[in-house]
Ligand binder design. Structure first.
Ligand SMILES: [Zn+2]
Length: 255
C-alpha cells in the first residue's frame, strides 16, 4: 500500500523535535507522500528546506486565511515566484474562514482571489480552506477560475460537493469520517465519485476517533483510508490505489 497524505502541516512547531521519526512511522505504514501547505510567508523558506531534505515531501506556498493578521502586500507580491519554484506542487493553503469572527471577510476574499488568479496563471492546483464559507468559495472559483484544486477537510453539503466535482474540484477527507456520528460527511463520502476524493490527516490537527487531544500525524492516514473503504464497501487496497492516483493527477506527482 502506498498512500499520499494530501494535507499535513509537518513544518509546524509540533513536529520540530521528531519529524524524521514521524516520517518513518508513516512510511512503515505505507504513507509515502506528504503534501505540506504553507501557513504564512515566514514559513516558505523552511518548507523549501524540508522538501530538499525529505523524499516525498511536497510543499505548497500560500497565505492561510486564519493567519490573516500576518499577511502583507509584500507577501502577495512575493508569492508568484515561490509558486513557480519546481518543488511547489500547489497554491495554498488559501481560502475563507467565516467561523473565526475577527477575520476581515473582504481582505480574506481579496487574498483568495489573488491565489485563484495565480493558480489560473501557473496551472498549479489550489489547496483551499473553507469554513462556513463553501458557497462563497464556489462563487469566487466560478468568477475567477477555472482553476483546479481541492477543498481540504470538506465540510459543505452534498449538493455543494456535487457542484464542486462538476467543476472538477476534489474533496479532502480526513479524521472526521472515523467518527461514527459524523453522518453528514460519511454520507458524502459514500455518494460522490471516488475519483474526486483525496485522503488527508491535517496533522497535527483533526485527530482520529478515540485519539482526541493527541497530536495527529500522517501515519494515521491509514485509519482514514480504512474508514473510507468501509463506508464505500471497497477493499483498503482499492481505496489506497485510487486516492493515490487522484493525488498524483492533481499535484502532478510522478507515479
Ligand atoms: Zn491546513
Amino acid at each position: 500500500m502506498n498512500l499520499i497524505d494530501s494535507h499535513c502541516h509537518l513544518d509546524v512547531a509540533e513536529f520540530a523535535e521528531d519529524l524524521p521519526q514521524v516520517l518513518s512511522r508513516a512510511r512503515q505504514l505505507g504513507v509515502s507522500g506528504f503534501i505540506v501547505p504553507a501557513i504564512s510567508a515566514s514559513g516558505w523558506p523552511r518548507l523549501a528546506d524540508l522538501a530538499a531534505l525529505h523524499p516525498g515531501f511536497h510543499p505548497a506556498y500560500g497565505l492561510h486565511p486564519m493567519f490573516l493578521a500576518e499577511h502583507t502586500d509584500a507577501d502577495l507580491e512575493a508569492l508568484p515566484s515561490w509558486v513557480s519554484r519546481p518543488e511547489c506542487v500547489a497554491v495554498g493553503e488559501c481560502g475563507l474562514d467565516f467561523f473565526v469572527s475577527d477575520l476581515d471577510p473582504e481582505r480574506q476574499e481579496s487574498i483568495l482571489i489573488a491565489h485563484i488568479r495565480l493558480a489560473v496563471a501557473t496551472g498549479k492546483p489550489l489547496i483551499i480552506h473553507a469554513r462556513r464559507a463553501t458557497e462563497r468559495v464556489i462563487q469566487l472559483l466560478r468568477r475567477h477560475g477555472p482553476a483546479k484544486g481541492v477543498i481540504h477537510s470538506y465540510s459543505g453539503s452534498l449538493e455543494q460537493a456535487r457542484r464542486l466535482i462538476g467543476m472538477d474540484f476534489m474533496l479532502g477527507i480526513g479524521g472526521p469520517i472515523t467518527y461514527p456520528r459524523s453522518s453528514r460527511i460519511r454520507e458524502i463520502v459514500k455518494d460522490v465519485p471516488l475519483s474526486h476524493l483525496l485522503l488527508e490527516t491535517d496533522a497535527p490537527d483533526q485527530p482520529m476517533a478515540g485519539e482526541q487531544g493527541r497530536r495527529n500525524e500522517p501515519a494515521k492516514l491509514v485509519r482514514v483510508a480504512e474508514a473510507m473503504a468501509e463506508i464505500r464497501g471497497l477493499s483498503l487496497t482499492e481505496v489506497a490505489a485510487e486516492t493515490r492516483l487522484n493525488a498524483q493527477r492533481l499535484f502532478g506527482l510522478a507515479a
